[in-house]
Ligand binder design. Structure first.
Ligand code: ADP
Ligand code: MG
Length: 471
């Protein structure tokens, strides 16, 4: 069955002040409603002034998305009655958005961009004792109201929830590289997902935070809509809410039509002409984008494309970390570093539920760790254990390895092997009878006794030698 998915992504731009006033956008340390003023609260007579930085950020993103930037900027009022906007309208762009068209390549899929526009963020509503469908009452915090948002709308070019997720991962990496958004801030990327099947009505699932949740919400919605079709019913055009706890969607309201919003150009905000020179200046100052970075780091460090992509798209800071190991600390074998970062460092970080930034891992100590493996001071097997302790504590790996050697009594491998052989006669007989797994079993037993510090190949040699000598 033909599935069509289109996304609307709202990105909070990391400017210091709001879109039309000088209040701070960073309210992490503020009391509710502290960062507000007559402008973002929409008092009669207050005069908004556009934040030029936010426009420049928007131009950068539109450029990265290959969109056509309008030469004249207009803002419009979108009227609706809801407490998250004190003015009863939201300033947004409608008739003429910042940019139209464009595309992003995600693997083999070329995702077309429909439009990119700027708007002000509404207030944050806290639903006390429930969610939007059943809470007892709602608290409103206008600190967020008026923060600059960039809305990126795609064409319905995705066929699976996985493609939608891959696009979001790539897009967030692009935004991070452009340096206009802070992924560590709460809800800095919010996604509305639209789904339809078999040419049926489109259903919009609103305000999903987290890419894994977008994938889940879409997965659920496809199953639900297929179920309706099977019963000869149609999905109605509506807006739904994703409940992360139950992984299901619930109906919120019938989809409003454009006409319901009564858009008008905002008379308080004059249009702004963007000169060719000002657009070019922003485009010229554009930092390296993820695709360029993948090409550069795979070329100059000899990584395969897969490694480079994981480093760049997982988290910009991870790619920065890798480059720091290889340039500032001149680590000699970049593919080896990439391999350990991708396969083991990431796993330990995920296990500790932390990202590289904000963890105790540093390039200086990490290359020390790699050095221990390269010099044969520790076995790879032991390194896979050691890295967990290192990520946990951030203590120098050399020091950790020494401590562990001191605290474990010196291993006498011969003694351990001989003990395992004599207490596992049956396994020895099975091995002699041609059962290779019996040998693996004994190697495992010995390894466990040495706290995984011995080299499995050495153990194997020793077992074979002792068995043959015992004949
Ligand atoms: P609205 O504000 O009404 O949601 P937008 O133009 O902002 O309208 O967004 C429409 C979104 O819906 C786009 O992402 C678009 O790709 C998507 N879309 C449009 N038609 C379909 C469809 N038939 N199935 C799935 N998604 C669709
Ligand atoms: Mg929309």
């Amino acid at each position: 069955m033909e599935v069509m998915i289109g996304l609307e992504v709202h990105c909070q731009l990391a400017t210091r002040s709001k879109l039309f006033c000088s209040d701070s956008t960073d309210s992490r340390e503020s009391a509710p409603n502290e960062n507000t003023c007559p402008i973002c609260l929409g008092f009669p007579g207050s005069k908004p002034v556009v934040n030029r930085k936010a426009i420049d950020y928007g131009i950068m993103v539109a450029t990265a998305l290959n969109s056509n930037i309008a030469r004249r900027m207009y803002f419009s009022r979108k009227s609706y009655f809801y407490p998250d906007m004190a003015k009863n309208f939201q300033v947004t762009q409608y008739e003429i958005p910042l940019a139209l068209g464009g595309y992003v390549e995600v693997g083999d899929l070329k995702v077309r961009i429909r439009r990119v526009h700027m708007e002000e963020d509404p207030a944050k509503l806290s639903y006390v004792g429930g969610d939007i469908t059943n809470s007892k009452y709602v608290l409103i915090d206008y600190n967020r109201a008026g923060a600059p948002l960039l809305e990126i709308v795609t064409e319905p070019d995705f066929k699976t929830p996985q493609q939608a997720r891959a696009f979001l991962e790539k897009l967030s990496s692009m935004l991070e590289h452009i340096g206009i958004y802070d992924p560590s801030r709460e809800a800095s990327l919010r996604v509305d997902s639209n789904v339809s099947i078999e040419g049926g009505n489109r259903v919009e699932v609103k305000n999903i935070t987290g890419f894994a949740n977008v994938e889940k919400a879409l997965g659920y919605e496809i199953v639900r809509q297929r179920g309706l079709l099977r019963m000869n019913m149609k999905a109605v055009m509506e807006t739904r809410h994703f409940d992360a706890a139950t992984r299901t969607t619930k109906s919120l309201r019938k989809k409003e039509a454009e006409a319901d919003y009564g858009y008008i150009f905002d008379p308080d905000l004059p249009s702004i002409t963007l000169s060719e020179a000002s657009i070019k200046k922003v485009a010229d100052a554009m930092p390296e984008l993820p695709d360029q970075r993948v090409a550069r780091i795979s070329g100059s460090y000899g990584l395969d494309e897969y490694q480079a992509k994981v480093l760049v798209y997982t988290d910009k800071n991870l790619a920065d970390f890798f480059e720091e190991c290889c340039t500032r600390y001149a680590y000699k074998d970049p593919p080896h570093a990439a391999n350990w970062i991708i396969n083991y460092l990431l796993k330990s970080l995920n296990w500790n539920m932390t990202a590289i930034k904000g963890s105790k891992v540093r390039a200086g100590t990490f290359i020390e760790f790699l050095g221990l493996i390269d010099s044969g001071t520790i076995t790879e097997r032991y390194a896979k254990e050691l890295i967990k302790e290192y990520v946990d504590t951030g203590i120098s790996p050399t020091e950790l390895a020494e401590r562990n050697i001191r605290s474990t009594p010196k291993i006498n491998l011969e003694e351990i092997v001989s003990a395992i052989i004599s207490s596992n006669r049956q396994a020895v007989e099975e091995f002699k009878g041609g059962n290779a797994r019996a040998l693996q079993f004994m190697i495992g037993q010995v390894l466990a006794k040495t706290n995984k510090q011995a080299d499995p190949n050495a153990i194997k040699e020793l077992i074979l030698k002792m068995i043959s000598e015992a004949k």
